[in-house]
Ligand binder design. Structure first.
Ligand code: SF4
Length: 451
């Protein structure tokens, strides 16, 4: 491995682009060995998507270390059950690596079924299970027939890719759940009334409630949520919805496409981050139903909320104007919304990167940022540090893995992932976002750190 004149690994050059300059950039490939990707493993990606299903039991079939991805670091809110906050592990050790882990897994499933009568169990097959070849499917079949419950194998050995493949494994598990449990007549009969499923919101801080309330107000029924604050009974009804709206495109576009193929439910992409995106998304949903009453209600909601939200945001602009933002998030759609939100606040995005962005996402990102901004796919901490310093970023928006990097550089930070405590979606979320960015950026602590 060698470094170029900017101190970047030469093999990584194609994954980095300077704003609107130059041609296409590489993305969607495997991480470069030795480059220390910020991406998580396949199992983690699957767990992120499925864990918010609040009345499911999540058994991690693997060594105890894999089970550390719990609700505590992958938080999401529930309006009902808190079963999902527990984590179950088969705690595989050397003995099972040699003789197999099926006995332990069967004992774990038996214990849960005997004591808790679960409706739904997910079994995550981790790295070691992929290596030793446990027949997890046979345990699922055994448990389903013995206990009359749904037991789904989530095929997610960490080494079989990165977080993106984990999303796909989770979506496959959800399809299996819906196909095997759909109430009679549900499958293949999409189009039930004015109804949607919300895909790709994990209710990290109550966002799904905000979005659901808007939809209720304009007369659109929410059948199911994938997967924030969701429940088994809701999810199996999802094939009845007339439309899927996809918020986190990176994790859920595959499920949306598969549901369209199998159940005939069409989908549209939406974003509820930032005032302009919220308004555009509400109108797009209303227009889909081609119903004057819904469109009228959507316009009324926008007219009521948009001006007063913008007036609130205006209060923060003098505190934020001209400041520079760096963004490093999971998917392209979120990065695009954030760039727009920073524009609404008078700020400039000098670095924008994602773990799983696609070619079309990067084309939009490049068109939104200035030509001297840096756009990165699958960045590593060294690149993030280098470009944040080079571009003079005042704040980094990211997740749990990026937080220490920002603080070590003495730069403000905004968590746009599982550790956040305030909802960032909807009109309310736009104000929360501005407030958090302003409080973090303008905290007196930074001047002391930089001295
Ligand atoms: S990489 Fe493998 S061993 Fe590590 S957490 Fe992921 S599944 Fe577990």
């Amino acid at each position: 491995m060698s470094l170029n004149k900017d101190g970047v690994l030469t093999e990584r050059e194609g994954f980095i682009k300077y704003g609107s300059c130059g041609g296409d950039m590489k993305c969607g490939g495997e991480s470069l060995a030795g480059a220390v990707s910020q991406r998580a493993c396949v199992y983690c990606g699957a767990r992120v998507v499925l864990n918010p299903i609040s009345d499911a039991y999540h058994i991690v079939h693997g060594p105890i270390g894999c089970a550390s991805y719990t609700w505590d670091i992958r938080g999401s809110l529930s309006s009902g059950s808190d079963l999902y906050r527990n984590s179950f592990s088969t705690d595989l050790s050397e003995k099972e690596v040699i003789f197999g882990g099926i006995k332990k897994l069967t004992a774990a499933v038996d214990e849960i079924c005997a004591n808790y009568s679960p409706k739904l169990i997910f079994i995550y097959s981790t790295c070691i299970v992929g290596v030793i070849g446990d027949d997890v499917e046979s345990v699922c079949r055994y448990a389903e027939s013995k206990y009359n419950t749904r037991v789904i194998n989530v095929k997610s050995p960490g080494f079989s890719g990165a977080k993106m493949q984990g999303y796909k494994a989770a979506c496959d598990a959800l399809m299996k759940l819906m196909e095997g449990s759909a109430p009679s007549g549900a499958a293949g009969k999409a189009g039930g009334g004015v109804s949607v499923n919300i895909l790709g919101d994990f209710n990290l801080a109550g966002e799904i409630w905000i979005i659901s309330n808007y939809l209720k107000e304009i007369g659109v029924e929410v059948i199911s949520k994938f997967t924030g604050d969701s429940k088994y009974e809701e999810i199996i009804k999802a094939p009845k919805a007339a439309l899927n709206i996809v918020q986190c495109a990176g994790s859920m576009t595959y499920l949306a496409k598969t549901m369209e193929d199998v159940f005939g439910v069409p989908y549209i992409k939406v974003s509820f981050f930032g005032v302009d995106d919220v308004c555009a998304s509400l109108l797009r949903i209303a227009q889909f139903f081609n119903n004057d009453e819904i469109l009228k209600k959507a316009k009324a909601l926008i007219l009521r909320m948009s001006p007063k939200t913008k007036a609130e945001l205006d209060k923060y602009i003098p505190l934020l104007r001209g400041r520079k933002a760096a963004i490093y998030v999971g998917g392209g759609f979120k990065a695009i919304s954030l760039i727009n939100q920073f524009k609404e606040l008078g700020m400039k995005t000098v670095l924008a990167g994602t773990q799983t962005g696609k070619k079309e996402d990067y084309e939009i990102i490049s068109s939104l940022v200035d030509s001297d901004a840096v756009v990165l796919d699958d960045a590593n901490p060294s690149e993030l540090e280098k470009f944040m310093i080079q571009k003079g970023a005042d704040i980094l928006v990211g997740g749990v893995k990026e937080r220490p990097l920002a603080y070590k550089l003495g730069v403000a930070f905004c968590d746009h992932n599982h550790e956040r405590k305030y909802a960032l979606a909807g009109f309310e979320g736009a104000v929360n976002f501005a407030k958090e960015i302003s409080e973090s950026l303008n905290s007196p602590v930074w001047k002391f750190l930089r001295q």
